[in-house]
Design a protein around this ligand. Sequence first.
Ligand SMILES: O=C(O)CCC(=O)C(=O)O
Ligand SMILES: [Fe+2]
Length: 379
Amino acid sequence: MASTAYRRLTQLLHSFDAPPAPAPPAYVPPPASNEKLDYADLAILDLSKARTPAGRQALAVEVVNAMATHGFFYVVGHGYTPEQTQRIFSIANLTFDAVDAEEKKIYVGESDAVYEGYKPRQTWNIEDGVQDQIEHYNINRHVGKRAHPQALRPYLAEIEVFARHNHFNVLYPILRLLALGLELPEETLVEQHRFEAEGETSVRFMKYFPRSVEEEQRTRQVWLKGHTDIGSVTILWSQPIGGLQILSPDGTWRWVRHMDNALVINAGDVLTFLCGGIYPATRHRVIQPPADQVGLPRLGVFYFCMANDDVKLVPHHRESPVLRRVGVKRLCRDEDAPTMEEWRRNRTVAYGTSRLVPSVEEKGVEEEVISGVVVKHYN
Ligand SMILES: O=C(O)CCC(=O)C(=O)O
Ligand SMILES: [Fe+2]
């Protein structure tokens, strides 16, 4: 045990002490699709305007509108240059391409209740007996919590800097806007998402591998089933391979268009819990990329945000004048509300493996009950 802790610590200290790591093998992103697709018309928020109180008030209105319409929006002005972003994608890619199968096995997550380390391909049911072709590598924002494969070690300090950038320069400003939208004190949601707190807010690298024609047919081209995210806010670093779709309020799946060096932000279950339905978790899925990108692997970089583990997921209905005016939509009674830790554990254990039952009310929707709350899956 002591030796594992020692190994983790020395890996981390070494990565901070070491001279700047050499450039990782360059990942050159393929061109974006030219197909004519039904794209969602998402708002673009310039986060650099959040530095002044007046800017934040104006942006809060934009966030409330974006959440009420699509539940997804783009962020620009986030402070990373295109070169910094490209370097992170190169580090993400080497996590999959520069680590051999044997070494990957050592770093597969040990617990099915926490996403950490590698998730190998073919662990989730998609449809008709077909499983996913998705590999993950999940890194807690405190990167020294676990040991990492050899190829990643020179970049650990850089990955923690990246996590901090997402947390302090993207997540916190967004949480302040969401709080303003509820007429709450600006720091209300920030306090519930402390970088230093116990919890699983993490960087995730993700690579989707192309599938056989037969698998595409049997799953009706679905690569990742329609879902809402488990946490509060998801920060997706936009990348050019299409496939991400969101379910619009009119019931149509629409494509999310790539925007160079932008972030795609969406709300997860925890915002529904905390904000009483004003910021509903958005339903989305990933399907086979458009015709001009078929056969290409699809690399993703994310920051999945959760509340502190000990936060009880009860809406701010007493403090928020907005929720008092419009009424609160609850997922459960306050006394039954799970903590963040309970919710993420139960959702993570069940994800992609639990038995789903067809919804009585909605066609094509399957359901399961987690912590007393109905969770829906969309095909
Ligand atoms: O790969 C994507 O674009 C989205 C992935 C996603 O929705 C998820 O991992 O929760
Ligand atoms: Fe998602």
